[in-house]
Design a protein around this ligand. Structure first.
Ligand code: CP
Length: 310
């Protein structure tokens, strides 16, 4: 089975293929149509070991719109709480004959570990600091629809780059699609070998914003800082918060993005987040359903006897 554990495993033409596939579902989702039941008979298990609003609900809605039987594992009430290991949990889900498993986990690499142990496609819904591939796909789709193309766009990603699986997957996807990517963080929240990601690092947000076409803001992930540097919210807002004044350094029609959940008044001001012209934040959520419909469809094609990847 082919899995979706990260953008790292995808060729640029495969990323484009998934975005093209997602386009057809945008309108279907907008009209709440449920006439295409191509996943009828498919059992989709969502196993989220970390909290989620957007990713969990959009995977559930995506599966249901296409007719799948969607089951959400209640991790908090599960035998994980009695000490069952991740691999035993995976073997248990596998024995129930699931056809596709969607997993979010706090440990980097946990999703790939499970993918090796089960007989069905596994989709990564975010693993630790590693990857969040469907987030990067929905971000790329949002940029492509709003700006006409991803190629050539100057995209600034600002915030806790070190701990962000969203930043990592976006760096991989956007550079694969030929965007010019700038990443901004305090030096303590910037990965050591960032140049290897083919992006340009900045510690000065104002400098990075010059001529930006897209400004993507990230949340400071306090839950992932064990003993390390935690910036105060006031200090972070002063140096790295997206205010209307700061945004004026970007291109006049620059798009503002945030994967959510937002810390209003910390990394982004409400007046920017809620700007109907510039903010694409709710559109990102909308694209999330379409992208996940495409991923569920494409990843289960082989097992449904339909031709798979292009
Ligand atoms: N963007 C994102 O992954 O949000 P959730 O944590 O709410 O799923």
């Amino acid at each position: 089975h082919r899995h979706l554990t990260g953008i790292a495993g995808l060729q640029p033409h495969e990323i484009i293929f998934l975005l093209d596939e997602a386009e057809q579902w945008v309108e279907v989702n907008r009209t709440r149509a449920k006439s295409d039941k191509r996943l009828e008979g498919i059992t989709q298990i969502n196993a989220f070991f970390e909290n989620s609003t957007r990713t969990l609900l959009s995977f559930e809605i995506a599966g249901k719109r296409l007719g799948a039987d969607v089951v959400n594992m209640q991790v908090g009430q599960s035998s994980v709480k009695k000490g069952e290991t991740l691999l035993d949990t995976a073997a248990t889900l596998n024995a129930m004959r699931s056809d596709v498993i969607v997993i979010r986990h706090g440990s980097s690499g946990a999703v790939a570990l499970i993918a090796d142990k089960v007989d069905c496609p596994v989709l990564n819904a975010g693993d630790g600091w590693h990857e969040h591939p469907t987030q990067a796909l929905l971000d790329a789709l949002t940029i492509r629809r709003r700006r006409g193309s991803v190629a050539g766009q100057r995209v600034v990603i600002c915030g806790d780059i070190l701990h962000s699986r969203v930043a990592r997957s976006n760096m991989l996807a956007l550079t694969a699609l030929a965007a010019e990517v700038r990443v901004v963080a305090p030096s303590t929240l910037m990965p050591a070998a960032i140049e290897r990601m083919y992006v340009t690092p900045f510690t000065d947000f104002d400098a990075a914003l010059e001529g930006a076409d897209v400004v993507m803001m990230l949340r400071v992930q306090n839950e992932r800082m064990s003993g390390g540097y935690i910036p105060s919210t006031r200090e972070f807002h002063m140096r790295y918060g997206l205010t209307p004044e700061r945004l004026s350094r970007a291109a006049p029609d620059a798009l503002v993005m945030h994967p959510g959940p937002m810390n209003r008044g910390v990394e982004i001001d409400s007046s920017v987040a809620d700007d109907p012209e510039r903010s694409a934040i709710t559109e990102q959520v909308e694209m999330g359903v379409a992208v996940r419909m495409a991923c569920l469809d494409v990843l289960t094609r082989a097992s449904r006897g339909v031709e798979g990847w292009a």
